[in-house]
Ligand binder design. Sequence first.
Ligand SMILES: [Zn+2]
Length: 280
Amino acid sequence: MPELPEMEIVTRRLGAALPGETVESALAPGINALKTFDPPLHALEGRAFTGVRRRGKLLLLELGDLVVLAHLMSAGRIQLHPKRASLRDKTSRLLLRLPGDRELRVREFGTKQAAWVKVLRAEDADADESFTGLGPEAWPDPPPLRELLDAPRPLHSLLRDQQVIAGVGRTWVDEILNVAKLSPFKRGDDLSDEEADALRAAMVSELGRVIDVYEERVDMPLPEKFPKPTRVHAHHGEPCPQCGTVLEAVFYEDYVMSYCPRDQTEGRVLKDRRLSRLLK
Ligand SMILES: [Zn+2]
């Protein structure tokens, strides 16, 4: 599930590999993930990559005055492959073919067909609706959180809301809240100044820790599965990395929220699915 750390390392790796490379041909096979039609996809052909950047979980591939904007959502992947894919590969959504038989490939591994791509004019890219209302970056230097999270909603929901703060999702939120020793159900408007500062520090250090791990362990070609340097998320039944207490979890339809009852919920074990309505 690509969140800010995964997209940061993808940006760094593609940013080192792509500039100067020319797109020989551009294809969008299979189920349509291309959300724009003007400029057309073939306008990319013959153009060279000039840069790669990231905003939140969104990736921007720059090709002069055109930009390919990609959101991998929960189960998309982007990879620079040394060989071209078979056109029968049903996961392929965008293929940008490069000289020497190489290929930049966006693939979808989910059942919901959620990953998407847009081809935009560079001058329109930053005004795209995907960026409208997007919160400040969660890393490396987010603003103070006391004001930003001042809403009657649980922290687990607020931190994953890209309109509030951009980059955190279901995996790293559990790690951040554990390091900050805050309950996932604590309301944003109940945070003290000290708690807000601790949460900000935990967010910066945890996202930074994960990026450092990727910097060491993720190289080209980008892997289908990233290593997961988690210590809390989906580690229920194992000891808390802070205090050794057995981690607990609340299970939702399509994900799990893990926490330490001793550090985060004053000893209470919250397993009730009905709590899920509090996280909406
Ligand atoms: Zn603990």
